[in-house]
Every structure is written in structure tokens, then in C-alpha cells.
Design a protein around this ligand. Structure first.
Ligand code: NAD
Ligand code: FES
Length: 328
């Protein structure tokens, strides 16, 4: 156990409610079966969560909380194994909570994990589908690519990362794709450039594309939406707004779709890219940036104190809401 487990201090019992594995409070029951860095700052956790594993479908996510007063953060489900009763989540160290989470190891436990949340990806035989994973967004793109392949599509995948070390799930994506194209921003691996360069090439080469699915940074999804709009190619993006409850009640994850408010946690996270107001998404996701940076700086100054002391628990709780941007 690492120091952070001292944040778990209640003795009340946990229980399972409806479709969700929900804990009221108290003893952690979500055991980390395995934890491993996939790349610097990007860690995969295999978590014992049998009910979520049985229900999870591609495109869905969980919201987890590490300790009683902690921030809730939405996290990508990269895979699940219903027989073993485990889910895989992939977490990128970005803010305080994700740094804390990525300090956990095999054998440690997470206070609560709620899910599976969100609507699953719409899987059908579309024909030729281009699946784009930008950085850690690849973890969310992977199960959708796999399901699209199983549904009989020709899957052309594009994975982009800043550099060679940050390319994740290459083998997994290759296994479920008819072709895999990789780009790195700095050219340290495969082709130099952005994922959009590869998509542009496919379009310019006259490749028939029936659907594009893109998951990654907002700026990437926006660029892809602009490119495919001109070509009239149906495009789906997975949005990552701030989330709190994940049940459609708090309004934290409000996004504008065709000028109307929708909630990414229950109406999404996947939306028609050509209907998304990306400017509002960027603006809402930056609302807590200063507080997030302050919180991370405090944590980095004294991580042990924050993780293990009572005072630290309250310091840990200073930002109530989380966003997928924290981890993906
Ligand atoms: P990153 O910033 O390293 O970018 C990953 C890749 O996206 C780049 O290598 C490039 O190919 C492409 N890209 C970046 N900027 C671009 C631009 N201006 N035009 C075209 N392509 C561009 O990604 P990261 O550090 O791994 O961060 C991942 C991001 O993905 C986080 O911001 C996270 O919030 C987001 N994310 C989103 C989801 C989701 O559901 N939308 C899921 C997981 C992660
Ligand atoms: Fe609260 Fe979606 S996270 S409404």
C-alpha cells in the first residue's frame, strides 16, 4: 500500500446499487489487480469491478474517487474482462488527482468506481471506418475500433502522439485494424506530423470513408470535424467536458450540440462532430484551470502530506469536479 491509502478511513460498508457499482463511503473495495505504465505519465490499471465488467460496452467510461473527500474524475475504460470481473482503465497524469491515482500500484485500492457511464458507441457495419486516437485518447478509441472490426467494417486506424515514448496501444490497435498509421509530432517514430495529416492523405487519395471516429484533444477533434465537414463524411467525436455526478443531474458536463444543451455523461460522450460547438467546450473546460494548476502545484510541493494527513484530505478536496481532460 502507498501513503495515499491513509485517505481511506471510514468503516462503513459499501454496496451495489442498480446498474452501478456504487459505494456510499468507507472501505475501498475496488482492488487494483495490476498497474503498469504504458508510457511516461500514462498508466493502465486492471481493477476488480465485476458488475461494471459485465455491463461495459465500447465508448463508455467510469467516474472514480480515490478517497472520501476527493475529486471525482471520469476515466476511460480501455477494456473489460467479464469472466475475470475486471476493467482496464488508462490514466494520464495531468492534474493533482490523476497524479495521485498514478502513484497507486498493484494491490492498492480505489474508494469508488461508478459505471459504466455514457451511451455506448453506435456499432454497425458502415463500410470503411477511420478510427483516430490522439495521444491518450487512443485508449478510448481502441475498444470502439475493435467493436467496429467485429461488426465487419474495414477499419483504418490512425494513432498520433507527441513522440515515440507516448505512442500507446500500438499492438492492440494493429490487431483490430486493417491498416494502422502512426504519426509523431516530432518525427521520433513512424511518420512526422499530426493525425490530421494522415486523414488528409486518405481523403486526397480518394479512399472511400463511410465514418470517422475521433478521440483525443479537443483541438484535434475540432480539426478533424472541419476537415470531414467539407467532404461530407459522417464523423463522431468523444467529448471530455468537466464531469461531476455522471448521471445528468448536475449539469457540469453541458455541451452545446446544434445550439442546444446536452449532457455528455448521459447523452454522450459521443456526438456528431459537425454539430458540436467546440468553442464552448474549450471555454467550459478552462474554467477551473487556475485552481487546477494551484492544486497540482500544492500537491507537488507536499504530496505525502496531502495523501496521508487529515489536513491533507481537505486540501485534496479543493476541486470538486473532474474532467476527462485530466486523465485522457
Ligand atoms: P497530445 O496533445 O499529445 O495530442 C495527441 C495527438 O493529437 C497529437 O500527436 C496530434 O497527432 C493530434 N493533435 C494535437 N493537436 C492537434 C492539432 N492542432 N491539429 C491536429 N491534430 C492535433 O495529446 P495528449 O497529451 O495525449 O492528450 C490527450 C488529450 O485527449 C487530453 O487533452 C484529453 O483531455 C483528451 N482525451 C479526450 C478523450 C475524449 O473522450 N475526447 C479521451 C481521452 C483523452
Ligand atoms: Fe453531471 Fe453530466 S456530469 S450532468
Amino acid at each position: 500500500m502507498t501513503a495515499i491509502t491513509a485517505c481511506f478511513d471510514s468503516s462503513e460498508h459499501n454496496h451495489l446499487v442498480g446498474n452501478f457499482a456504487i459505494l456510499d463511503r468507507g472501505e475501498p473495495v475496488f482492488k487494483i489487480i495490476h498497474a503498469q505504465f504504458l508510457a511516461p505519465g500514462i498508466k493502465r490499471f486492471v481493477i476488480d469491478a465485476p458488475r461494471i465488467a459485465r455491463k461495459q460496452k465500447p465508448g463508455q467510461f467510469v467516474i472514480l474517487r480515490i478517497y472520501e473527500e476527493g475529486e471525482r474524475i471520469p476515466v476511460t475504460i480501455e477494456n473489460s474482462d467479464p469472466e475475470r470481473g475486471t476493467i482496464n482503465i488508462v490514466v494520464q497524469s495531468a492534474g493533482k488527482t490523476t497524479h495521485l491515482l498514478n502513484s497507486l500500484n498493484t494491490g492498492d485500492q480505489i474508494l469508488d468506481v461508478v459505471g459504466p457511464l455514457g451511451k455506448p458507441s453506435e456499432i454497425a457495419n458502415y463500410g470503411t471506418v477511420v478510427v483516430v486516437g490522439g495521444g491518450v485518447g487512443t485508449a478510448m478509441a481502441y475498444p470502439t475500433a475493435a467493436a467496429l472490426k467485429r461488426a465487419g467494417n474495414r477499419v483504418l486506424s490512425i494513432v498520433g502522439a507527441r513522440n515515440k515514448e507516448l505512442v500507446i496501444l500500438e499492438r492492440e490497435m494493429r490487431d483490430v485494424s486493417d491498416a494502422l498509421m502512426i504519426t509523431t509530432d516530432d518525427g521520433s517514430y513512424a511518420d512526422k506530423g499530426f493525425v490530421t495529416d494522415k486523414l488528409r492523405q486518405l481523403i486526397q487519395n480518394g479512399t472511400r470513408i463511410d465514418l470517422v471516429v475521433a478521440v483525443g484533444p479537443i483541438v484535434m477533434m475540432k480539426a478533424i470535424a472541419e476537415m470531414t465537414r467539407k467532404e461530407n463524411i459522417h464523423t463522431v467525436v468523444s467529448l471530455n467536458p468537466i464531469m461531476i455526478d455522471g448521471t445528468g443531474m448536475c449539469g457540469g458536463c453541458r455541451v452545446l450540440i446544434d445550439g442546444k444543451s446536452e449532457f455528455a455523461c448521459v447523452d454522450g460522450p459521443e456526438f456528431d462532430a459537425h454539430r458540436v460547438d467546440f468553442a464552448v467546450l474549450v471555454q467550459r473546460n478552462s474554467m477551473y484551470r487556475d485552481a487546477e494548476q494551484r492544486s497540482l502545484a500544492e500537491f507537488q510541493r507536499a504530496p505525502k502530506t496531502q495523501a496521508s494527513s487529515q489536513e491533507g484530505e481537505h486540501a485534496c478536496a479543493s476541486i470538486p469536479a473532474g474532467r476527462q481532460g485530466d486523465q485522457r
